[in-house]
Ligand binder design. Structure first.
Ligand code: ADP
Ligand code: MG
Length: 692
């Protein structure tokens, strides 16, 4: 047995210090992510059962779930087939008699339930030679009984694993609390972060209230307290880096009302939506401040993020600084370069494209290094060592989630604390965003430019598929284009229930869509071939593009009005929404058709959500509910799984409060060095991380 006194902090002691827990049980607990006393105590109930009301046995009825209290009149160990046994126990409370059956546990008859023993029992009333409770939860009442653990009260129900039962967990957690209270030395409370409303309660009291509450309200209040503490820790962790940065040396304070910014605004071929206007205001404010901007601009595909970024670039130009815009693919970089050139060239701004495929790359690099180019648009080539900037003042990263942290930071380091704007068309629910990207400020563009019609989404049953192909032919004749997306490349992937794009392309091109100019795009083409196909589609040389999910996000093909998704239930919600976003970028009404049957309940739900929700944020909220934060965009790596108590869906309100409190605290003490903030520094450290 471990000597507790040598353990610095009893909370962090391994569970094996507890009386009932040896190595075998500890390894069972490890499967629940529980290794220390504190982790055991933070293994919170997933729900509770209220077993306070004691029914009188004489009144119970078949099918009812009841809790009864009574005395054992008799008990028998009944042998069953094989080596199985069953305990049958008769109990009475004076109002009537009831049997209890314990299947597979015949030994209980002559150990626990001897005649005269008193107990509380919870179960559903069934019939077995009269009325009986089958495998009831039980609690033996001792003479000097404290309150019960397993029944006769509000009972905690835990997440379990093999070999660990509810009874064991309740006993061990109860034991851990008692053990802790007995430790006088070395029981430095983990964080004595007691806010006003809980000031009078100790950490242990709150833990008892979570595990063994006297009523559900008490449990909920205590749980919220822990969730809040955890969320505060997360927010302090993610915000502290930013706060510390502000203590250090500043970035650029750009002039944001300069000639180029004004000329850009005056020369736009359209009016900004009010959401875009807000985003521009946020960004220019960041740029004017002496601290480096670190902002995430989120908005659905087509909402017009590029033109917002252009305002930031114009501000950089006005101060004589360069901008680097990094996009994940050549086709996107080219598209951006064309768009920027059109709007910035007339203002006398030099725009250059730098991609790996370019022959003139070295000449462009020279121009960047000498400063004759002010806006550089490129792919990963921008972060190559040989790409050097003259005076990099602004970094814009498009589709930021397609880049790793290191790549983004490498680009940033090409300048001296430049302002940074990240853009993403993958909406993340706010609760998740301020946790994962907590260190960034976030602006959301939540409206599409006027005149843009939301894509109408329909499910197409098998018997209507022929009509769909007729419709596609009509659309093509009218000059529109379409995508047909399949989940697989070819049959070799051995999923005969799914449609492979190669075979589908052959079958339709020679069958129902014969004569239509079709093209084929999938992940086995090299990037050159992919770009060629995509360019041909963009230029209108292909009418219907068959593809796997590799079609670029953000590629603008205004005449593409129809998106057909084969085996739609195969795809995740966010992915379906992204696919749908490839159409509807022009003025004509666009449609998205979902084919195939959903085989799971969740699949059905996904397709329903897609048909009814049109904005990325609604979709993302639903996706978060369906999949949980862990599965969401690989945020697991980001350490979100560190959240033991808090729930990003349920605790959105607490999260807001925690964020405000964290900001408040860090404003006064960015390094968390004041004595009263020591426990905060401790919990913040637990959650410090860099965004993914
Ligand atoms: P995304 O947010 O997906 O990057 P883009 O910036 O590519 O979107 O914009 C999509 C299209 O919408 C572009 O052709 C752009 O010129 C156009 N656009 C952007 N803002 C507006 C607006 N306020 N009014 C009309 N069209 C706009
Ligand atoms: Mg874009």
């Amino acid at each position: 047995m471990l000597d507790v006194n040598v353990v610095m902090n009893a909370w962090d002691a391994p569970v094996t210090v507890l009386p009932d827990i040896g190595p075998a049980r500890a390894s069972g607990l490890a499967q629940l992510g529980v290794a220390t006393v504190q982790e055991l105590l933070l293994h919170f109930p997933r729900c509770y059962e209220d077993r306070r009301y004691i029914h009188s046995i004489g009144e119970v009825a078949l099918g009812q779930e009841v809790t009864v209290q009574g005395e054992v009149l008799w008990s028998r160990n009944v042998r069953l087939r094989g080596r199985m046994s069953m305990a049958v126990v008769g109990v009475s409370d004076g109002s009537g008699e009831l049997s209890l059956t314990f299947f597979g546990r015949g030994f209980l008859a002559n150990t626990v339930f001897r005649k005269g023993v008193r107990g509380i029992f919870t179960g559903v009333v069934e019939s077995y030679k009269g009325l009986a409770l089958k495998n009831p939860e039980y609690e033996v009442l001792e003479e000097d009984a404290q309150e019960g653990l397993h029944t006769g009260r509000v009972v905690p129900i835990y997440r379990l694993t093999e070999k660990i039962s509810q009874r064991m967990l309740r006993r061990w957690i109860q034991g851990a609390l008692t053990w802790l209270e007995a430790q006088q030395e070395g029981t430095e409370r983990p964080h004595v972060l007691l806010r006003a409303e809980t000031k009078l309660k100790s950490y242990e009291v709150l833990l008892r209230a979570v595990h063994f509450p006297s009523d559900l309200e008490e449990a909920a209040a205590a749980r919220d307290w822990f969730a809040y503490e955890e969320l505060l820790g997360v927010q302090l962790g993610v915000l502290q880096e930013r706060a510390l940065e502000r203590v250090g040396e500043g970035g650029y304070a750009h002039e944001t009302g300069g000639a180029c910014v004004r000329a850009l605004a005056a020369g736009l071929p359209f009016t900004l939506t009010s959401a875009q206007q807000r985003a521009v205001t946020d960004i220019l404010q960041d740029m004017a401040s002496p601290y480096p901007m670190m902002r995430l601009l989120q908005g659905d595909v087509g909402c017009g993020k590029t033109v917002v970024a252009l305002h930031a670039m114009a501000a950089a130009v006005d101060g004589g600084y360069q901008t680097a815009l990094m996009a994940p693919t050549e086709i996107l970089a080219e598209q951006h370069a064309v768009q920027m050139e059109a709007l910035l060239k007339p203002l006398g701004v030099e725009v250059a494209l730098l991609t790996g495929a370019m022959r003139a790359a070295d000449r462009v690099r020279e121009a960047i290094a000498s400063g004759t180019v002010q806006v550089v648009v490129g792919t990963h080539t921008l972060i190559q060592e040989k790409t050097l900037f003259h005076r990099l003042g602004l970094v814009v990263v498009d589709e930021q989630h397609r880049f790793g942290v290191v790549q983004r930071e490498t680009l940033q380091r090409k300048g001296h604390r430049p302002d940074v704007l990240h853009m993403s068309a993958t909406p993340i629910p706010r609760t998740l965003a301020i946790t994962v990207y907590g260190g960034m400020d976030i602006t959301v563009i939540d409206a599409l430019p006027p005149g843009r019609l939301p894509v109408k989404t329909r499910r197409v049953p098998q018997e209507k598929v022929a009509d769909l192909y007729d419709y596609l032919r009509c659309q093509v004749e009218a000059g529109f284009q379409a995508y047909i997306v399949c989940p697989l490349i070819d049959e070799s992937e051995r999923r005969d229930d799914l449609t492979p794009v190669l075979q589908h392309f052959d079958a339709l091109s020679t069958g129902p869509l014969a004569g239509v100019r079709t093209g084929l795009l999938h992940g086995r083409l090299d990037s050159r071939e992919k770009e060629e196909v995509m360019t041909a589609f963009k230029e209108g040389e292909i009418d219907i593009l068959f593809s796997t999910t590799v079609i670029e996000v953000g590629v603008d093909v205004p005449r593409a009005t129809t998106m057909v998704i084969e085996d739609a239930a195969q795809f995740g919600l966010t992915q379906l929404h992204q696919l749908r976003g490839r159409v509807g970028r022009g003025a004509a009404q666009a449609y998205c058709f979902l084919l195939g049957e959903a085989k799971t309940k969740e699949g059905v739900r996904r397709l329903e959500v897609l048909c009814t929700c049109t904005t990325g944020f609604d979709i993302a909220e639903e996706d978060l509910k369906l999949r949980g934060p862990g599965e969401f965009y690989g945020v697991r790596q980001a350490g979100l799984s560190d959240l033991r108590v808090a729930d990003l869906i349920r605790d959105a309100r607490l999260l807001d409060k925690a964020r405000r409190e964290a900001q408040h605290i860090l404003r006064a003490d960015p390094e968390l060095i004041h004595e009263q903030h020591a426990p905060l520094a401790h919990i913040a450290r637990r959650f410090q991380r860099t965004p993914p």
